[in-house]
Each structure stands twice: as structure tokens, then as C-alpha cells.
Design a protein around this ligand. Structure first.
Ligand code: ASP
Ligand code: MG
Length: 405
């Protein structure tokens, strides 16, 4: 007998038939003698609709009321799944974040979990009931409902698995695991049996959309064994585990892409101490996250500063940089949203030279121009024209020997 957390994403609970399918999967684990807590997302499309209601009424809405609205999608599915499990003859009940409670901070719309008191939930599970938990939500100080950011049900599930000391956290979704890259772009992409926390974290943060980044961070810190698997097929998924558990280490495990960034170039700013501090200080002040950065060598006492920000932050970045034009005296502000960030990730990079060069060579062979480069210990990212995304991903997948036979 084991205690497990099962999480089902929006497509897995998209309609009543799919909720029935989910109930069958839960039934199977319970019949096998396991104690089960289920975490559910909203039915697919529902959260988007709820977000739209808020922004249509008022683009500058109160984030606390936004959370009160968008948290409702999960409340619906938790109740529906409990009803279906009861119909099948099982004891089941729904739990909203505040009922457990899942305590969060007050960063409404993107709250962090501060703590979970799992005692009431655990007592209920141990008495033989199936717990069906609404994902994505918790309760902030002042008894206000808070949500955990888009995709946050993954984080709810991992946090719950840690609080309940569950043996496993199974994340059921519409893909059957983590692939070497997006199979829609590279049909020869391979499913990974295992991937390390570190690699999954990098992949999630550079655009692979399988798991919310924060959920991987939490799994890594709390050592929760996560499995990503399909709710529609009966096949093993991908285990996200400690690096030591992976016997055959690849130099590169995965290739991710993101079209969520925009490039900004501040042309001919003065080349003197303090300029970067002013530019990035103004952006931080405006709550704009900056990712890749390059500064060119100064020539005539001026220099160009190029960096990327989230596409959605472009208007705010524009305003923030406009406000410091006098102070730093640039000539132009160039903005380019038509860029893609391509990243190769692998723990093998720590001990192997030439990984980045393989990337540059493969892109050169396809005549793809690299605009910005950034690296971490286990990742190399490049910024290229968005129109080359597919070509670049395919070329790199082949260059690193990842194509399935
Ligand atoms: N329903 C929320 C969203 O769409 C949370 C989740 O699905 O994980 O972002
Ligand atoms: Mg999701």
C-alpha cells in the first residue's frame, strides 16, 4: 500500500466523459490498496475564459477579485469528480484550498505556498475517503483566496505530495511524458524514461510547457518523485528524479524553444559606469523580468545594450526606458518581437567540452544567425529569428544525436 497524489490537467477533465475516465484511473489506484489524493485543474479553456471576463471588465482589476474569479474553475471539477467517485461507490469529498488549508503569501495572481497543514486531509484519507483537491488555489493572509499562477495545479500537486509524504506524484496530462523536444516539430523526438530535476527545471524555465517551473523547483527541494504520464493511454511516463538515479547520462537531454520573448536594443548609450544599473534598475522598478543580455564593446564613447523581456512586458519596458532617455542619452530604442529562444539542456555539459560549439556549428550550417547567447552550467540558449524556430530545433535534435532510430 502506498500513498500517492494523482494530478489531472485541464484536457484530462475537459468534459464529463473525461471526468468519468479520470474516476476510473483513480478507482484503479484505490482498488490496488493505495491511499489517494487527487488534484484537479479546471476544465480546459475555463480558466482562460475566467481571465478574460476580468480583463474585459477592467484591465486594471483588483488582483484579489481576479483570484476569487479564476479559482472557481477548479472548484467545479473537484466537486464533479467527487460526485462521480461517489456514484461508483467510493467515499470521496472535495477540498478547496482554504479548507485544507493551503496557506499562501499575498502575491495575488501568482502566490507562493507558505505551508500546508495536511492533518485534516490526512485524517480523511486514512479513514478511507478519496480526497479530491482543487488545484491552483490556496488562502492568503486575511482569509482571501489566492491562485498560484497559470499552470499552478502542478505546484499544488507537488506541494501536497510533500505535505502528505506521498510516495509519488503522478501528473496526468495530454502527452505521455517528457520528450527530447516537441514531437510536433520533430516526429523523431524520443520519450525520456527519466530526467533529472535540474534538467527538467531548466527545460520548464526555457519554454517546455509540460510542468509549471515552480512545481519542479519544489519537487527538487522536497525530493518528491514526479511522474509525467498520459491520462488517455496506459503506458509508463517519464520519471523526474535525482540525477544519481540516471545511469546513462546524455550530454544533451532536451531541446526547448520559446516564442514568448521580445528583443530590445538600446542604441548608442553612453559607455560609462552605472549605465547598466540605470537601465535594468528602471526595468526592475517596472516589474519587467529581463532574461538574456549582451552589451557590445564601446567604440566612440557609446555602446549598444541588447536584452530580452517577456513579450507581454514589452509595453511596460518601453515606457520605463522612455522615462530614462534623458538620463542615459541613447539614440534609438529598437524592439523586435519576432524572435525565438532555443535552448539545449543537459547535465552532461558540466563535464564535456564542445557542447555549445556543436550548437553554433549546426545553426551555422543552416545559415541561421545567432543574435544573443546565454549559458548556465547545464544550458545554452540562443536567440534567433522566430521564422527559423522549427528549422533550428530539427537541426539541433539531429546534431546532438537525439533522433530516434
Ligand atoms: N487552471 C489553471 C490554469 O489554466 C491552473 C492549471 O491548470 O494548472 O492555468
Ligand atoms: Mg498544466
Amino acid at each position: 500500500m502506498a500513498r500517492i497524489v494523482m494530478k489531472f490537467g485541464g484536457t484530462s477533465v475537459a468534459d464529463l466523459d473525461r471526468i468519468r475516465n479520470v474516476a476510473q484511473r483513480v478507482k484503479r489506484e484505490v482498488d490496488a490498496g493505495n491511499q489517494v489524493a487527487v488534484v484537479v485543474s479546471a476544465m480546459s479553456g475555463v480558466t482562460n475564459q475566467l481571465v478574460k471576463y476580468c480583463t474585459d471588465l477592467s484591465p486594471l482589476h483588483d488582483p484579489r477579485e481576479y483570484d476569487a474569479v479564476v479559482a472557481t474553475g477548479e472548484q467545479v471539477t473537484s466537486g464533479l469528480l467527487a460526485i462521480e467517485l461517489q456514484r461508483l461507490g467510493y467515499e470521496a469529498r472535495s477540498w478547496q484550498g482554504w479548507q485544507i488549508p493551503i496557506q499562501t503569501n499575498d502575491a495575488f495572481g501568482k502566490a507562493r505556498i507558505d505551508g500546508i497543514d495536511g492533518s485534516a486531509l490526512l485524517a480523511s484519507i486514512e479513514s478511507g475517503a478519496i480526497a479530491v483537491v482543487a488545484g491552483f488555489q490556496g488562502v492568503a493572509p486575511g482569509a482571501r483566496i489566492a491562485t498560484l499562477g497559470r499552470g499552478g495545479s502542478d505546484t499544488s500537486a507537488v506541494a501536497l505530495a510533500a505535505a502528505l509524504k506521498a510516495e509519488r506524484c503522478d501528473i496526468y496530462t495530454d502527452v505521455d511524458g517528457v520528450y527530447t523536444t516537441d514531437p510536433r516539430i520533430v516526429p523523431k523526438a524520443r520519450k525520456l524514461q527519466k530526467i533529472s530535476y535540474e534538467e527538467m527545471l531548466e527545460l520548464a524555465s526555457v519554454g517546455a510547457k509540460v510542468l509549471q517551473t515552480r512545481s519542479v523547483e519544489l519537487a527538487m527541494n522536497e525530493r518528491v518523485r514526479v511522474q509525467v504520464l498520459s491520462s488517455f493511454q496506459d503506458i509508463p511516463g517519464t520519471m523526474v528524479v535525482d540525477e544519481d538515479e540516471i545511469v546513462e547520462k546524455q550530454n544533451v537531454s532536451g531541446i526547448a524553444y520559446s516564442r514568448d520573448d521580445a528583443k530590445i536594443t538600446v542604441r548608442r548609450v553612453k559607455d560609462r559606469p552605472g549605465i547598466a544599473a540605470i537601465i535594468f534598475g528602471a526595468l526592475a522598478e517596472a516589474n519587467v523580468n529581463v532574461d538574456m543580455i549582451v552589451q557590445n564593446l564601446g567604440a566612440d564613447g557609446t555602446t549598444d545594450m541588447t536584452f530580452t523581456v517577456g513579450k507581454a512586458d514589452l509595453p511596460r519596458a518601453h515606457a520605463a526606458l522612455g522615462a530614462i532617455k534623458e538620463e542615459i542619452g541613447y539614440t534609438d530604442l529598437l524592439e523586435d518581437p519576432d524572435v525565438a529562444k532555443i535552448s539545449v539542456v543537459g547535465v552532461g555539459m558540466r563535464s564535456h567540452a564542445g557542447i555549445a560549439n556543436t550548437m553554433f556549428r549546426a545553426l551555422a550550417d543552416k545559415a541561421i544567425n545567432i543574435q544573443v547567447i546565454s549559458t548556465s552550467e547545464i544550458k545554452v540558449s540562443v536567440l534567433i529569428g522566430a521564422e527559423y524556430t522549427e528549422l533550428a530545433v530539427r537541426a539541433l535534435h539531429t546534431a546532438y544525436g537525439l533522433d530516434a532510430a
